[in-house]
Design a binder for this molecule. Structure first.
Ligand code: NI
Length: 238
């Protein structure tokens, strides 16, 4: 599995969490989205929206939910994910940097997550070697917004990105530099997970089902190191 992961840049993991654990994660998840008003500025936003726009968010996200609910770090789910990350990154698990995020695709109108590489969001002055473990708390089907990957895309560079809709006020990034004919969809049940390298091109469709698609993502990275000659990422410049 490790060999396949390093070849493809993504993998599917069998179910990591039992029903009780999933229920506990769902309860925390729902509470954090209900209380979004109390999250500090910047930790809750609509990936596809503009700041200050008060229309109903179509792709709301909470960054670093463990700040608001430290119990997330004491779950078996976290321990398993960190151990998997340590094996795949080939580094002592407890030395990895990490943060979580929760991405909600509301029933019926959750927006698509356009093709992107997670590393496109990161400051190029720092080397980023890492991965995300993406766990849906609901069935993740092609119709509800499971992830799609381009195998092997993690071995290339970070490709040019732009802000969704060409609007720099929108936080979400997208790229057209992707051969979608090579994409592989990864539908998985709640509590299973997909893992992807921070450079793997990925996408999730809109949610066309009658149930929400809640996803809890843990990103693990090697401690950052300065890059001698960083490649500029114009889309990040202010
Ligand atoms: Ni992503």
């Amino acid at each position: 599995m490790i060999g396949r992961y390093s070849r493809d840049g993504y993998m599917v993991l069998p179910r990591l969490s039992d029903d009780a654990q999933l229920q506990a994660l769902r309860a925390i998840y729902d509470r954090l989205f209900r209380e979004r008003g109390s999250t500090e500025a910047g930790d809750y936003y609509d990936i596809t929206g503009r700041p200050g726009d008060d229309s109903e968010p179509t792709l709301p996200q909470i960054i670093r939910p463990e700040k608001y609910e430290p119990r997330l770090l004491r779950t078996a789910h976290f321990q398993i994910c960190r151990a998997v990350a340590g094996r795949l990154i080939d580094h002592a698990a407890e030395q990895l940097d990490f943060f979580g995020h929760m991405i909600l695709k509301p029933a019926g109108y959750g927006a698509e997550t356009p093709w992107h590489q997670d590393e496109a969001y990161m400051d190029p002055s720092w080397e980023n070697r890492g991965l995300s473990i993406w766990t849906p708390l609901d069935d993740a089907s092609i119709d509800s917004g499971c992830l799609h990957f381009v195998p092997g895309s993690h071995r290339g560079d970070v490709v040019p990105h732009y802000h969704i809709g060409g609007d720099r006020a929108v936080r979400g990034l997208a790229t057209d530099e992707v051969d979608t004919t090579r994409a592989v969809a990864c539908p998985i049940p709640p509590g299973a997970a997909t893992v992807h390298d921070c450079r793997t091109l990925h996408y999730a469709g809109p949610n066309r089902t009658a149930h929400a698609r809640r996803a809890y993502v843990l990103m693990f990275k090697l401690p950052s190191r300065r890059v001698a000659a960083p490649q500029p990422r114009e889309w990040l410049a202010l």
